[in-house]
Ligand binder design. Structure first.
Ligand code: UD1
Length: 366
């Protein structure tokens, strides 16, 4: 019998965990793969990491690189140095990276030069905004990847337009929905909204962490004022990302709290999704939440100038907004009757199965 193919799955930041969890479970169950989780340590707080691993039934990481926070180059460099050492020792048959964070590009660069085959999960998304560090990470990773697993047809088209050979691209669908389906009963049973005194369908959820929104003080002030104005119409709950908490400072947090906005810490996956599932609307600059609200049919006010996930607008429930038009757009979204809409193709909770099938075929032909 041949040995199972060794697969390194890179976990780095909160939104990666919802992408690698279904894949880890599916690879483990398949028998012909040996998946190991490599946590780079880009996110390290219990609330940003361990609690989410527990929610998604993931074991403790097999390897922890412990690189922590830093500037972009510091973080990227530390991941490259640490991962190169591990990759040379273990020589995995495949490296699988997810999303668009510094650890995604850094491990790809280290593996690429060792000629370890790279799979990019969530390939092909483009905002065409190079002010976003994530856009640079996407471009670097997709150029280096041997296999590009895409969530949607727009991603396939972006890759083709950049000259990526067709045979490297496989559309597997949106794997975040697999995570949702994996723990849906726990999400439905969770009492977090009620603990906060919130009534299903009677509140909004806010998340903010993009540098373009929270690192520029004037922009953050405008957003604080816009949220205070919304709160007068719809009670808001705001799980605050550590980056945003630092930038708000005590004065900004006090301003939001004084208006009645419920500020809470980062929530683990099940608790957070129970908040989203019961919300009347979501106000966010997150990538993943644009997709989760489309899946759940909940209006999403995306506080950004562009999105790498246009399908959440063309086939979903999202629209791009800014501090100036947020309130008006939110009120008009709330006034619309909820429509039963078809979910985007292959957002069906079965993406991980398609990934395993594709990886098996590609392993056999190597
Ligand atoms: C990173 C990703 C972003 C992703 C986001 C999800 C990059 C370039 N950015 O941004 O694409 O959407 O994760 O959250 O890779 N901190 C803590 N505890 C933690 C993690 C971070 O306190 O567990 C603090 C750090 O000290 C830092 C700040 O939060 O000052 C920001 O963390 P960082 O990892 O640099 O980037 P994110 O903003 O989380």
């Amino acid at each position: 019998m041949t040995r199972p193919a060794l697969v390194h799955l890179i976990a780095a930041v909160r939104p990666n965990f919802m992408k690698i969890a279904p894949l880890w479970h599916a690879l483990k169950a398949a028998g012909d793969f040996r998946p190991l989780i490599v946590h780079t340590g880009q996110h390290y707080d219990a609330a940003m990491s361990d609690d989410i691993f527990a929610d998604l039934g993931l074991p403790a990481p097999d390897h922890h690189l412990g690189i922590g926070s830093g500037t972009h180059a510091e973080q990227t460099g530390r991941v490259m140095i640490a991962y190169e050492k591990l990759a040379m020792e273990e020589r995995p048959d495949w490296l699988i990276v997810a999303g668009d964070v510094n650890s995604t590009a850094a491990t790809s660069m280290a593996a690429g030069k060792l000629r370890i085959p790279i799979v990019h999960l969530e390939a092909g998304l483009r905002s065409r905004d190079r002010d976003m560090p994530e856009e640079l990470n996407r471009l670097v990773t997709d150029v280096l990847a041997d296999v590009l697993w895409t969530p949607s047809p727009d991603a396939d088209a972006n890759l083709r337009a950049e000259g990526i050979p067709e045979e490297r691209i496989t559309r597997v669908g949106n794997i975040m929905m697999d995570s949702y389906e994996l723990v849906r009963p726990a999400i439905m049973a969770d009492g977090y909204p009620a603990e906060l005194g919130l009534v299903a369908g009677g509140y909004g959820v806010v998340t903010l962490h993009r540098p373009s929104n929270v690192d520029v003080p004037e922009q953050l002030d405008r957003l604080v004022e816009a949220l205070v104005a919304v709160q007068a119409h719809l009670p808001l709950v705001f799980p605050v990302h550590p980056r945003t908490r630092q930038r708000l400072g005590d004065a900004g947090a006090a301003r939001l709290a004084a208006a009645g906005i419920r500020l809470v810490g980062p929530a683990a996956y099940v608790r957070f999704m129970s908040l989203v599932a019961g919300a009347a609307a979501v106000i966010t600059d997150s990538g993943g939440i644009q997709e989760e609200t489309t899946y759940l049919g909940i209006p999403c006010l995306t506080l950004r100038e562009n999105t790498e996930r246009p399908i959440t607008i063309t086939e979903g429930t999202a629209q791009l907004v800014n501090a100036g038009n947020l309130l008006e757009r939110l009120l008009s979204a709330l006034a619309q009757p909820r429509q039963d809409r078809k979910r985007p193709d292959l957002w069906d909770g079965r993406a991980a199965e398609r990934c395993v099938e594709d990886l098996r075929r590609r392993t056999a032909s190597r």
